[in-house]
Design a protein around this ligand. Structure first.
Ligand code: SME
Length: 164
């Protein structure tokens, strides 16, 4: 993962700016997609603080998706949330519980984001490459999810102020 050495300082610098939290997450999606060739769609899902069993699409880069709300248990994102663990699907055509975002997607990794022992969101990455994910991806994304947790929490807190 040759670009991750320069990626982490850029992510830290982005988090230290005084931009709004959503904008920081958006920039981090872009940094990730630019740095890693097999990351084609990069986005955050936020656990709805009003229902706690549903994910809401947050900042992302890549093709627009119809999956703006995902109940826990549905799709790869919902399974990762329900089971509270990272999901790596190296070939989405072999996964029955999968919500297709675009026919170009071949594989996906979803990493939970934790705050005080609770899942508050996820980082979701789709790839157009078959079986591209390694331990290096998992380590990199675990690290990033820990770094962005406070920012994701701020976005989640803002959702409580929105009227649906
Ligand atoms: N494929 C995901 C849905 C989200 S889109 O990839 C952006 C899933 O199965 O949960």
């Amino acid at each position: 993962m040759e670009n991750s050495a320069t990626l982490m300082p850029k992510i830290r610098a982005t988090l230290q700016t005084d931009r709004p939290s959503e904008e920081k997450l958006q920039l981090i999606c872009q940094l990730l997609r630019d740095a890693i060739p097999h990351y084609d769609w990069v986005g955050f899902y936020i656990v709805d603080p009003r229902s706690t069993r549903e994910l809401i699409l947050g900042p992302y880069v890549g093709a627009p998706t119809e999956h703006t709300r995902i109940p826990f248990g549905r799709g790869i994102c919902g399974q990762a949330a329900a089971l509270a663990q990272t999901f790596i699907v190296q070939d989405v055509s072999q996964e029955n519980n999968y919500l297709a975002c675009s026919p170009d997607v071949r594989s996906e990794i979803v990493v939970p984001i934790w705050w005080k022992g609770e899942i508050i969101g996820e980082l979701d990455i789709d790839s157009h490459t078959l079986a591209p994910f390694t331990e290096a991806d998992r380590e990199l994304l675990d690290h990033i999810c820990a770094l962005v947790a406070a920012t994701v929490r701020a976005v989640q807190t803002d959702l409580t102020k929105e009227v649906l």
